[in-house]
Design a protein around this ligand. Structure first.
Ligand code: ATP
Length: 251
């Protein structure tokens, strides 16, 4: 039991959720290691949403609203931390949700499907009882995508993705949005829009931005997407980390 006056309360609560998800079979062991890497970057960034992240969230919301066929791809970590919020975002955008796991087993897919259904998801794709299409450039189960989902999507939100799959999806001409606390990861560098923030803050922020931009006209939304420069945004995140720890700027 972690007391809420503990200075690392929020971070420790997330750890607890991750361990619990592992015990329930939602997460593979490596999912806990991936969380640890994210946690380290969150620590360096001050465990708060930065201005850069807000900019990326706005661009991501605009791209998702403009999308003809948006898909949110979920893995174990995402489902462990924000299942309800993913369902809200998908409903608001009329987007599909697709399960994609690095360490895919039938059992884990079925557990995740149940968690998402309990969270209110209506039609989960990427399960084992549907036809799949291969993503060019990938091997093994990771190459599979739902014919109705990622395969035909124009905009894909893939939080906590690995670099290979991000690169393969981008080659298919999809607009790729990721959420990744590590501004140096291959995925962060590959995506069209990278939100450098913890997924537990990024998804609620995205839901809010989608609401705020929902009545904005298409040319303005296109302008917001086009004005966003991912590399510049990542550079600013890195600068924030170094400035913060050399005491040059306030957090
Ligand atoms: P890449 O192949 O893109 O270089 P990687 O091998 O470093 O990625 P993975 O293990 O494939 O990383 O994916 C985990 C990524 O997710 C890490 O970059 C980590 O920082 C990030 N991450 C983990 N937990 C969170 C979280 N709660 N919110 C946002 N990002 C997270």
């Amino acid at each position: 039991m972690i007391h809420n006056d503990h200075p690392r309360y929020e971070s420790l609560k997330l750890r607890e959720k991750i361990v619990d998800a592992y015990k329930k079979g939602i997460l593979a062991e490596s999912g806990m290691i991936a969380h640890g890497r994210g946690e380290a970057f969150d620590y360096l960034l001050g465990e708060k949403t930065t201005v850069n992240s807000e900019k990326a969230v706005r661009a991501a919301a605009a791209a998702l609203i403009l999308a003809k066929n948006p898909v949110i791809s979920v893995n174990g970590n995402t489902v462990a931390l924000v299942p309800n919020e993913i369902v809200i975002l998908a409903d608001d955008l009329d987007a599909k949700i697709e399960i994609n796991l690095f360490h895919r087993t039938e059992k884990r897919v079925s557990i995740i499907e149940k968690v998402m259904n309990n969270a209110g998801a209506k039609n989960i794709l990427g399960t084992d009882h549907e036809e799949k299409a291969k993503i060019k450039g990938l091997e093994g189960p990771r190459a599979n995508s739902s014919r109705e989902g990622v395969y035909i999507a124009d905009v894909v939100l893939v939080p906590l993705e690995d670099g290979d799959r991000a690169e393969a999806l981008l080659k298919l001409d999809k607009l790729l949005i990721t959420i990744d606390l590590n501004p140096l990861s291959r995925t962060a560098k590959t995506a069209t829009i990278t939100i450098v923030d913890n997924i537990v803050r990024a998804i609620p922020n995205l839901i809010q931005a989608v609401h705020e931009l929902s009545n904005v006209d298409d040319p303005t939304l296109h302008q917001i997407v086009n004005d966003f420069n991912n590399q510049e945004n990542l550079d600013e995140s890195l600068k924030k980390i170094s400035d913060k720890h050399t005491g040059r700027v306030k957090p």
